[in-house]
Design a protein around this ligand. Structure first.
Ligand code: ASP
Length: 361
């Protein structure tokens, strides 16, 4: 990720124009930010996965859980969610609780002074007086980056964690997806060399955009993008994959990919982005996986979904061991706890005390 740089040293115009892979150098300082998938190196992701597993195991013991709760008991976080959320909101909140971090929230900007005409920037600047971190979801792509930049220029900089922005980025979802893939493929050589199929609305699915890029950090991957032409993955992601030398196939043919995929990442239609008067995209995308397909996919193939799901996965396969989306969701809480702890630079304390609190088995 290169040498650390300060957001306070760069003009917004110049920062905005930087390639995504160069922006990360600005987020590693103190305070650290989590804003885009492209700021993570493979090494960093692996450290986070290892830390997540340690936190999860320590938390099983009461004394371990109490130890974890003491780690960030001096910190407070604001959950600012200007877009609907269930899992991401709750799992961040739970991750904060595991580490003893107090939280406050604004989940509906109508209940904040934004309704009185205050700009979201001013609202966030206000939060920064009370907390050490903002965990935020916002409908405007790039807004979390803008907030981090803005705060760096106020002299009251706090960590910003992007919990989903517009249709462009969802870095913490990509981390939990990678964590799930890593655990699923533990006994079959890890993530390297695997074939991963993305299915559904890939144009507006921010989780796919973030995860596809993170997978390019692994060796000999083949990614399949399966979507109707109008909702296919966009060129900026394909350009990043080309640059990273990651193989990919862009197709509409799910049936031919099913038997060769090691992971199938289903997504819902993101029709909240439909433009009024331009027709609905719902009909354009009817990919589906159900009991009738389970003999077609390999015994080791895993099915993921960032959730919420609609018709694209039948509930009848929920108990198949290859359907890992419920486990994937739970993994989110652990990897987010690892990420928050690392944001405050306190991860070494877990490493130092792990042996003491590790469960017997
Ligand atoms: N929960 C994910 C997101 O926030 C996926 C989705 O909503 O379809 O992007």
């Amino acid at each position: 990720m290169g040498t650390k740089k300060n957001l306070s040293d760069i003009a917004w115009r110049d920062f905005k124009a930087l390639p995504l892979t160069e922006k990360g150098a600005y987020f590693q300082g103190s305070p650290a930010h989590t804003l885009i998938a492209q700021q993570f190196s493979r090494e960093k992701i692996e450290e986070l996965c290892e830390l997540a597993t340690k936190i999860k195991r320590m938390n099983k013991r009461r004394d371990g859980a109490n130890f974890l709760k003491s780690l960030l008991s001096d910190k407070r976080a604001m959950l600012y969610f200007a877009q609907p959320s269930s899992r991401t909101y709750l799992s961040h909140n739970a991750a904060c609780q595991i580490l003893g971090l107090d939280t406050m929230d604004v989940r509906d900007s109508k209940t904040s002074s934004e309704i009185k005409g205050e700009s979201p920037e001013d609202t966030i600047r206000t939060f920064s007086s009370y907390v050490d971190m903002i965990i935020m979801r916002h409908p405007v792509g790039g807004f979390a980056e803008r907030v981090a930049w803005m705060m760096a220029h106020t002299g009251r900089e706090i960590s910003v964690l992007n919990a989903g922005s517009g249709a462009d980025q969802h870095p913490t979802q990509a981390l939990l997806d990678i964590y799930t893939l890593q655990r699923s493929f533990e006994k079959i050589g890890g993530i390297d060399g695997k074939h991963v199929a993305f299915v559904g609305d890939l144009l507006r699915g921010r989780t796919v955009r973030s995860l596809a890029w993170m997978l390019s950090l692994y060796k000999d991957m083949t990614l399949y993008f399966i979507a109707p032409e109008s909702l296919q993955i966009s060129q900026d992601i394909l350009d990043l994959l080309d640059k990273a030398g990651t193989k990919y196939v862009v197709t509409q043919d799910f049936a031919s990919v099913m038997p060769i995929a090691d992971a199938i990442y289903m997504t819902r239609i993101q029709d909240e982005w439909d433009v009024e008067g331009e027709g609905s995209t719902t009909e354009a995308c009817d990919y589906h996986i159900g009991a009738e397909h389970m003999d077609t996919i390999k015994d080791t193939t895993v099915i993921l979904h960032p959730l919420p799901r609609r018709q694209e996965i039948s509930t009848e396969i929920d108990n198949d061991s290859r359907a890992v989306y419920w486990r994937q969701m739970r993994n989110g809480m652990w990897i987010r706890a690892a990420l928050i702890l690392t944001t405050f630079g306190r991860q070494e304390e877990v490493n130092q005390h792990y042996a003491e609190y590790k469960p017997e088995a």
